[in-house]
Write a protein that binds this ligand. Structure first.
Ligand SMILES: NC(=O)C1=CN([C@@H]2O[C@H](COP(=O)(O)OP(=O)(O)OC[C@H]3O[C@@H](n4cnc5c(N)ncnc54)[C@H](OP(=O)(O)O)[C@@H]3O)[C@@H](O)[C@H]2O)C=CC1
Ligand SMILES: N[C@@H](CC=O)C(=O)O
Length: 806
């Protein structure tokens, strides 16, 4: 024997109803003894309640009643249910004359929802040639007199069900009304929330069914509400205990009382989708399949009551008084959290009961207020509870840290001792983001990293394409979903929370001009509750650096290929780091020196481990390396080689920044500051390679007359010793005793056979001298410029941050 149950949405007109009839017809062929429990169809219960209110208020309800009849009978108007509607009308008339109704009358009226539903299904099955017996569950389930939420009388119900099923000649298919029952006097009662599921479970228990199938409008139970968490996954199997916890913590689809009758006889329950009957849904049975976190559920209709009693320290019985006062007012507390004393207590109650709860507590603690033992009882509104079902405390730091990194600090958290569950109270406007952050963290299914890329030129554009090309493989290998939600140049920003596509260039072209790309990006991230935010600066702009602090304050980690933020005043350098620390954010900039080479990380590690770095020397510039390597070893004019370096994307957007020495000076300064030296840019001695007469002219004019540089450099080349070549180098000398280092950028002539002299292509070389390594430096050498290697380095920083978010 099998019990199947259909919920209201499954039974609504249209696809739902036809699928239900098809499912029952099919099961009738497969299953011997099929009990079908039905809820009221669609919106019927609400409509009945509304008409009842209209009648009570002596309003004209005839139109609403006609509408209800029409919807119930549509499109099978010949179903002959006049008798049922006549009785319903009589009830409404009575309420209209009295101008009032009792809970008993309300139950009687609401019962018509299930009665109509069961009668209609029985008649429609008959039309399809499936013989079915209609059963009014008021003849089966006996309850106390608690109308609206009646409690089953077990002995009487067991007796009634068994007798009914053995004494009546019933068809193979039995259509039973859910939700409704009767008291010992035969008056109609209802079983409260989830009543139809409860009816199904009771019948399954007393009739020793093989299985219960509950057909709903969703695919089963999910790891989180898919409306809130797009990455939520369906859970294949749960144990009764786990299902119970889920039911307690807000999974609407389940109710604890539904599970209990099944637990007793180990009857499995399968949650299925009427609209996808082929799907296997979620199976709830005695055994669990896998350990660990099962689901994240959310309660939204809650308020937090904050109870502060400075004078209650160590007093006995405070909690007892709180609970008594609330219980006397029929207020249930879903979460209580307090420190080791009663000084600060947080209580979570239903929103509708919050004011009543405060009044009840104020009354109970009136004298304590006078004595100043209690100083505040207030409501914290707009909160929600997130429960992580199956969360072990020893792993809780992971979701908690991820929340804090995303600037969400829970107002309160609380764990259950037995169930391995942790509940957190958060502000409602952070709920969406919080649930996604926790889900990504605990299920590790996919952690979404939302990236905004500012600057889409040579480096930025290459980076975007590299990320898009690798998104899928990173998702598969690392379970990290890199989602570029914003791309901006100086005038426009393309925003797409689902992630930009390979058409990003034309999409950006088609967006409108804007005055404030960053403000717009921040507002967008906030509006769509985007989590794990990273802002990438691939501009060469000084102005853009002013956005760093607002970005960090809005929850972004930073990555930059732009070197300016690290080379403006030391005061800003410190301010940014303080802001990062306060907001628990990180800033990575490995490409600032040596493009894709692992230089900054190496220097940081050496320095942090106590190694005294005394000197760093080398060719810091990829473009100038290319320029002098090629110019020194060939007869090609200086201007031609310089143009090649520009065309290859080695130079700065404005190549004069390389030639004047600023770019190398910035790199030196960045390294110096990594060593905790407090140098300013002005402290650097720079040999400017641009002859004096060309320094003040416009970039365009300068770039169109590069050949004017040829003479100067030809002379420099020819005035060298035999076997020597030109190299433009950076030199950093540090002394532990001094707050500042000596930094110099200069053009030197070195032997062809020296490490600097034998450099090739656009390679940069860094010789790092330390106390332990002595005269023998650590050497890092490789491509020092180029869009591909730089973008790859920025990509590496993004991945490092994405992993740090774990
Ligand atoms: N080339 C290399 O080998 C290396 C480069 N870098 C650094 O990479 C950065 C980018 O260089 P590159 O790609 O060559 O530069 P490009 O000039 O090619 O691109 C710069 C981009 O930044 C945009 N931009 C400029 N100002 C702003 C602003 N205020 N807000 C938003 N966007 C802005 C530009 O938009 P628009 O077109 O509208 O002006 C453009 O899209 C530089 O800081 C450079 O120092 C670092 C290491 C190596
Ligand atoms: N223009 C720079 C690019 C990398 O920082 C260089 O030439 O090294």
């Amino acid at each position: 024997m099998k019990v199947i149950k259909f919920g209201g949405k499954s039974l609504a007109n249209g696809n739902g109803l036809s699928n239900v009839l098809e499912i029952i017809s099919q099961k009738n062929k497969e299953e011997e003894n099929l009990v079908v429990v039905v809820s009221a169809r669609g919106n019927t219960t609400n409509q009945l309640e509304q008409i009842l209110e209209q009648a009570k208020n002596k309003e004209d309800y005839s139109k609403a009643l006609e509408q209800l009849k029409k919807e119930e009978l549509e499109p099978y108007y010949s179903l002959e249910l006049e008798e049922v509607f006549l009785r319903l009308e009589q009830l409404f008339q009575g309420v209209f004359y009295l101008g009032d109704y009792s809970t008993k009358i309300k139950d009687e009226v609401l019962a018509f929802g299930e009665l109509l539903s069961a009668k209609i299904i029985t008649k429609l099955l008959a039309k399809r040639g499936v013989e079915a017996s209609f059963i009014d569950s008021r003849q089966l389930i006996i309850t106390n007199n608690n109308f609206g939420n009646a409690v089953t009388l077990e002995k009487e119900t067991a007796q009634k069900i068994k007798t009914y099923f053995s004494n009546n000649k019933l068809s193979n298919v039995k259509i039973v009304t859910g939700f409704i029952a009767s008291n010992l006097k035969g008056e109609t009662t209802t079983l409260g929330r989830n009543g139809s599921n409860y009816t199904a479970s009771l019948l399954a228990n007393y009739l020793s069914a093989r299985e219960v199938e509950s057909y709903t409008h969703v695919d089963g139970i999910f790891t989180a509400n898919p409306d809130l968490v797009p990455d939520a996954k369906k859970i294949e199997q749960l144990s009764f205990n786990e299902a119970n916890e889920l039911a307690n913590f807000g999974a609407n689809i389940l109710h604890a009382k539904t599970i209990l009758p099944l637990v007793e006889k180990h009857i499995p329950l399968r949650i299925l989708n009427t609209f996808k009957p082929e799907d296997k849904g979620t199976l709830i049975k005695k055994e669990s399949v896998a350990k660990g976190i099962k689901s994240i559920s959310v309660l939204e209709d809650v308020a937090l009551i904050s109870f502060e009693g400075r004078g209650l320290l160590g007093k006995v019985g405070v909690d007892a008084r709180i609970f008594k006062a609330l219980a006397d007012n029929d207020i249930s507390v879903s979460i209580i959290s307090q420190g080791s004393s009663e000084r600060g207590i947080g209580l979570v109650v239903k929103t509708v009961k919050a004011t009543k709860a405060v009044l009840a507590l104020e009354k109970e603690f009136e004298n304590d207020f006078y004595k100043k033992d209690v100083n505040n009882i207030s409501i914290v509104d707009n909160v929600a509870v997130i429960s992580i079902i199956g969360q072990e405390l020893n792993e809780f730091h992971k979701p908690f840290n991820a929340l804090v990194k995303n600037q969400i600090t829970p107002l309160l958290f609380n764990n259950t001792i037995t169930g391995k569950n942790v509940s957190l109270v958060v502000y409602k406007d952070q709920l969406h983001k919080a649930v996604n952050v926790i889900h990504g963290q605990v299920f590790g299914v996919t952690k979404k990293i939302n990236i905004a890329i500012f600057g889409k030129g040579l480096v930025g554009g290459t980076l975007i394409n590299q990320i898009l090309e690798n998104t899928q493989s990173i998702l598969e290998k690392r379970k990290i979903h890199l989602n570029i939600f914003a791309i901006a140049n100086s005038k426009k920003v393309l925003l797409n929370k689902e992630g930009v596509t390979s058409n990003w260039e034309s999409d950006l072209d088609n967006t409108a001009l804007t005055n404030d790309i960053v403000k717009q990006t921040l507002a967008y991230a906030q509006e769509y509750h985007l989590e794990n935010l990273i802002a990438v600066d691939n501009t060469a702009s000084l102005d853009f650096v002013n956005n760093y602090i607002p970005l960090v304050e809005a929850g972004f980690d930073l990555v930059s290929s732009n070197k300016i933020a690290n080379t403006v005043s030391f005061e800003f350098y410190k301010k940014l780091r303080k802001c990062l620390e306060e907001n628990k954010k990180e800033y990575l900039y490995e490409t600032n020196v040596g493009a894709g080479l692992p230089l900054i990380d190496t220097i940081k590690l050496l320095h942090d481990s106590g190694e005294n770095i005394t000197k760093i020397r080398g060719v810091f510039s990829g473009s100038l390396s290319y320029l002098f390597n090629k110019y020194s070893s060939s007869a090609i004019p200086f201007s031609v080689v310089l143009q090649e370096a520009i065309d290859k994307g080695f130079t700065e957007p404005d190549p004069r920044e390389d030639l004047c020495g600023n770019d190398v000076a910035r790199k030196l300064l960045i390294l110096a500051r990594e060593l905790d030296l407090e140098n300013e840019f002005e402290d650097i001695t720079i040999e400017n390679l641009i002859p004096q007469e060309f320094r003040a002219i416009e970039a365009k004019e300068f770039l169109s007359g590069l050949e004017k540089l040829n003479n100067t450099f030809q002379q420099k080349k020819e005035s060298q010793k035999e076997g020597h070549v030109l190299r433009y180098i950076g030199d950093l000398l540090g002394d532990l005793q001094q707050p500042k280092g000596e930094l110099a950028v200069k053009l030197v002539s070195v032997s062809k056979s020296s490490p600097l002299g034998s450099l090739k292509g656009s390679d940069a070389i860094f010789e790092i001298y330390t106390e332990s390594y002595g005269e023998q430096p650590i050497v890092i050498q490789g491509a020092g410029a180029g869009a591909q290697v730089t973008a790859r380095g920025v990509f590496g920083d993004i991945l490092r941050l994405a992993k740090n978010n774990n």
